[in-house]
Design a protein around this ligand. Structure first.
Ligand SMILES: *Cc1c(COP(=O)(O)O)cnc(C)c1O
Length: 400
């Protein structure tokens, strides 16, 4: 496999254009700068590179294949649909890529504990997995409400040996879990490290998480060119915080022949309050230590957002996405809950692949545009995860 490769952005202060940076108290800035410096040093060592690449290969199962969804393409009657199968990774999604990177970095930095929050439990399970493998203690904070809803993930985290901290304050959901985990982190930032679950938060996290995920696009570009001696015409991925999308997009950013589309959740409709289309309807502001597009209420509070896919309901978005939108390099489109459910069922029944509800947003958008494109054109979708976690919910919702 090729050597780990890193994109040139952001600048030294962590800015992608006017987005990103570190909107944090001075004492925390020092902590983040230390992580950045350690990361920049460690990532260049052969030892780190080799260990990460061999884990990607033998533990995650990389490279993940590119699959030509022939029956779906035929049914749509236009562009050929290809899937980058991140759903086949160990633990069933792309999140393991950056969790392994973060856990390994923690080990190389000599940290004593990895801390994080989790909402639906996907980040928690991937991180607990990576920490078990690397052999470093892991502590995950999770809202009590989410704990009761996400039983299988809670059980997995316990089996994997992480310390699960139930958070009962406030609304006992994701936001409170973030606050609680962060308080614990600040008790000893010298010995702990906070592992963020997407390309968000203060610098250097948007950069680091992107770098760890960028294996997706580098593989995909090489696989596609080996097969067809060209790039796909269109590449697309769902955008929550934006990590699986940056993972796919990064390798193609300089390819003018590739149209790049991020797909956000339109929820119950963009004309209702129940969506999470941050790039489409948000405004430049700040959240969680970074400048980015944010969905805010009139008094500047983050909006309560909604998506049928719990991994996509975030009122902010990764700063690099905001920059790529402003310079018109990436287009941001949306898909509703209903379109997502339809794509979920269609991919299951036509290809025998049950996608995560998050990934089904990108499939839904591709299904909408494929019929308008020529049969010799190609759309590559990042299938970020598998839908086992969503199967019961969908079956109940559709009365199956
Ligand atoms: C968490 C998750 C997402 C959303 O996160 P991004 O950072 O936007 O990639 C998408 N797909 C799956 C399967 C997830 O678990």
């Amino acid at each position: 496999m090729s050597k780990f490769d890193f994109a040139p952005m952001p600048d030294k202060e962590g800015f992608f254009g006017s987005y990103g940076g570190q909107i944090i108290p001075p004492e925390l800035k020092k902590v983040m700068d230390d992580i950045d410096q350690a990361y920049e040093e460690i990532r260049q060592t052969e030892e780190f590179q080799n260990e990460l690449m061999s884990l990607f290969q033998d533990y995650v199962g990389r490279p993940s294949p590119i699959y030509h969804a022939k029956r779906l393409s035929e049914q749509l009657g236009g562009a050929q649909i290809f899937l980058k199968r991140e759903d086949l990774n160990h633990t069933g999604a792309h999140k393991i890529n950056h969790c392994l990177g973060e856990a390994l970095l923690a080990k190389f930095m000599g940290k004593k504990k990895v801390l994080a929050e989790t909402g639906a439990g996907q980040h928690g399970v991937a991180l607990a997995t990576a920490c078990a493998l690397v052999g470093i203690p892991c502590e995950i904070h999770m809202g009590q409400v989410d704990i009761e809803k996400e039983h299988p993930n809670v059980t997995k985290m316990k089996i994997l040996g992480c310390k699960l901290v139930p958070v009962t304050r406030g609304t006992a959901t994701l936001k409170d879990a973030v606050d609680s985990a962060f308080e614990e982190y600040l008790k000893n930032p010298e010995e702990y490290i906070y592992a963020i679950g997407s390309v968000v938060g203060p610098h250097p996290f948007p950069k680091m998480v992107r770098d760890f995920q960028s294996i997706i696009g580098r593989e995909a570009r090489q696989q596609f060119n080996e097969k067809f001696a060209k790039n796909p015409d269109v590449i697309t991925a769902c955008v929550g915080g934006g990590s699986n999308a940056m993972g796919l997009f990064t390798a193609f950013l300089n390819d003018d022949d590739v149209k790049i589309v991020g797909v956000e959740p339109a929820g119950k409709g963009l004309d209702t309050p129940d969506h999470s289309a941050t790039m489409t309807l948000g405004k430049p502001s700040q959240i969680h230590g970074m400048k980015c597009y944010v969905l805010e209420t009139d008094d500047g509070e983050p909006m309560p957002v909604h998506s049928i896919a719990s991994g996509l309901d975030y009122p902010g978005v990764g700063p690099q996405h905001c920059y790529l939108k402003d310079i018109d390099r990436v287009e941001y489109e949306t898909a509703t809950d209903e379109e997502c459910l339809n794509a979920f069922m269609t991919l299951s029944r036509v290809e025998g692949i049950i996608p995560a509800l998050e990934s089904a947003h990108a499939v839904a958008w591709a299904m909408r545009v494929a019929p308008t494109m020529g049969k010799d054109q190609q759309i590559l979708i990042n299938l970020s995860g598998r839908g086992d976690k969503d199967a019961d919910y969908v079956a109940e919702k559709l009365g199956l």
